[in-house]
Design a protein around this ligand. Sequence first.
Ligand code: AMP
Ligand code: MG
Length: 489
Amino acid sequence: MTMRTSSSEAGWQFDNSYARLPSFFYSKLAPNPVEAPTLAVLNEPLAAALGLNPDALRGEAGLAALAGNAAPEGAAMIAQAYAGHQFGHLTMLGDGRALLLGEQIAPDGSRHDIQLKGSGRTPYSRGGDGRAALGPMLREYIISEAMHALGIPTTRSLAVVTTGQPVYREDELPGAVLTRTAASHIRVGTYQYAAGAGGEEQVRLLADYTIDRHFPDVGGGDYVALLREVVRRQASLIARWQLVGFVHGVMNTDNMAVSGETIDYGPCAFLDVYDPATVFSSIDTYGRYAFGKQPQIGAWNLARFAETLLPLLHDDAEQSVRLAEDVIAVFPELYREYWLTGMRAKLGMRGEAPEDEALVVQWLELLETHRADYTYAFAALTNGQPDDSPLFQSDAFTLWRGQWQSRIGSGPDAAEAAAQLMRSSNPAVIPRNHRVEEALDAAVSRGDYSVMERLLEALREPYAYSSGQAEYAAPPAPSSCAYRTYCGT
Ligand code: AMP
Ligand code: MG
């Protein structure tokens, strides 16, 4: 891509390629200052990787940039336009409370959107206040950083700044601005906006831009290959979610990034008890975005993406539909391959054998029957320490274990190879809901960030199986009420 950057003391090296697209795609914003920007958390390793100077970010000008009070040198300051199917219904959206500063060019040459979330009203705010509360912004920080440490493609969190101003939800809450980074914020919903509010010309511009920015291996103008690659990345991403027990919670088409990163951490949460019907989001009344439905919803969203590309795929409309259908039809099998490969690794099974899928399915059925903790059960198998829980004491488990062990192979070498594979595939630690809540409560109600810092430290190397992590590995005590999450907060 062509680049025009300028530098600053904090190390900002912005290029603004998105802002060079026609203004149809965004609105220019002016700073919307907050009263008293104060740093709550700064991600120093990420800052360093981006070529930013943490000390300068902590200074007055640095904080002014992270709060949206003043544009750092070279920043474009735009809100992006997009649409999206929300729970199946198409709506015009856009960044209602986000501001894209620009694309930071890191010392290694990589390009990262720098976006402020909670930075004030925009032309797309509709009835909203454009602001965000501290708790949900810290929650996004913790979970997105945990996902990154798990090796799952995701937006990341650079900083959270409190604003010194309240936001009004059900209660009065402290306001905050999150700075997040992303490969880009181009969503399936961005294409829906281009197709719906624009037309073929706008979709083509966006597709050419996307290929240039994200898919260097796709030839210019090869929109079928673009579709195929977006489908492949989503199949891989959603398989990764299923493998760690991550529930996104609001897989609307505006929350699906074509880059293949996990984006828009709202009501997301990790499974404790294994149950495919798990829903955490308070507004997902019908379980549209339940854990077990995520692959199907992924395919549905990708079909919406494909529809926007139809005019580009072929001159003949019927041929276009056939081309799109052929690509979308591959998703279930592609997803299954990624998932099965991941599950093989989680169970220490090298190579491929015909019985693998049945072994995986039987194991998951055992977890479901005994309401076992998903992460803990895999970790216990990994450690070779099945405990006295109903799952591991059941006859069905003993039977299954016999089959599993013969699949892995006998002899110390086979056992050691399996154990190694399992240790690198099964996290000991995930951001457990009760731990996240405890950290947020300490930070938000007592201004004590030490609980969150310790949690972040435990999450930094989820596959370490270190003694310091043991307390974070334990499942929560059984609870009579289901964990609930909220969006748009
Ligand atoms: P989300 O549920 O986070 O994907 O957001 C859906 C849409 O609502 C997006 O267009 C957001 O920008 C917008 N939105 C969410 N919260 C607010 C808010 N407090 N003020 C304005 N817009 C918001
Ligand atoms: Mg969203």
